[in-house]
Design a protein around this ligand. Structure first.
Ligand code: PLP
Length: 231
């Protein structure tokens, strides 16, 4: 998409966020927009930066590593969220690159991030991804294991653990999944809730989202993409 189109799309999404927030009697400043730039070139990210966007999401470490370090030199207040399934052998690179890792979803990854952060000297903020639909092919800690996993990570990483993230099953009404995630976060005193994408971010805001991850509605279509385990 052209620079102009991206800037218009961003403006439109920001307005929709504001409207959804007010409808839910929430302050629009409680909700941050993560612009998901996966599959889109560095120029598209720059266009979004020019339009005032600072928060970005990428789902693959390698792609993020090739796009973002040069942009950070020019835009030091840029923030990068890793939102995709993360392999343990990418933990070091993830700690180097990310401000936030939204996809902590299994004990072996906690272990790997703990070691990696000691090596790198930096631990990103962490969100725990919950598989609210208990779909076998999806990333995320299964719902019935979530409480203990959250507690263990709070013990290990303390206040670096900020909140929860979820991707509802594709062909279900997302509302009950958003509610489940909100209830789980409250139970653990966590304040960050990453839920809602291009198709359903307004509903997510109604249910308490503080981060919405919007890709195609900002940057346009991309090659077919699955959030399933395809690593
Ligand atoms: C790609 C992706 C998004 C953005 O999806 P859109 O439907 O393009 O808005 C959000 N979250 C995750 C985890 C993704 O992989």
């Amino acid at each position: 998409m052209t620079e102009n189109t991206i800037s218009h799309a961003l403006k439109d999404i920001r307005q929709r966020i504001t409207r959804a927030a007010h409808k839910a009697h929430r302050a629009e400043t409680d909700i941050s927009l993560v612009a998901v730039s996966k599959f889109h070139p560095r120029d598209s990210v720059e266009a979004a930066l020019q339009a005032g966007q600072r928060l970005f999401g990428e789902n693959r470490v390698q792609e993020a590593a090739s796009k973002f370090p040069p942009l950070r030199e020019l835009w030091p207040d840029l923030k990068l969220h890793l939102i995709g399934g993360l392999q343990t052998n990418k933990a070091v690179e993830a700690c180097r690159l990310a401000d936030v890792i939204e996809s902590l979803d299994r004990p072996s990854l906690s272990e790997a991030l703990d070691k990696a952060s000691q090596k790198v000297g930096h631990l990103p903020e962490l969100l725990i991804q919950v598989n609210t639909g208990n779909e076998p092919q999806k990333f995320g800690i299964p719902l019935q294991e979530a409480d203990i996993f959250i507690e263990n990570n709070l013990k290990r990483f303390g206040s670096h653990v900020k909140g929860l993230m979820a991707i509802p099953p594709q062909h279900e009404d997302p509302q009950s999944h958003f509610r489940t995630l909100t209830a789980l976060s409250r139970r653990h005193g966590l304040t960050v809730l990453s839920m809602g994408m291009s198709a359903d971010f307004e509903e997510a805001i109604a249910e308490g989202a503080t981060l919405v991850r919007v890709g195609s509605a900002i940057f346009g279509t991309r090659p077919p993409f699955s959030t399933d385990k395809t690593l």
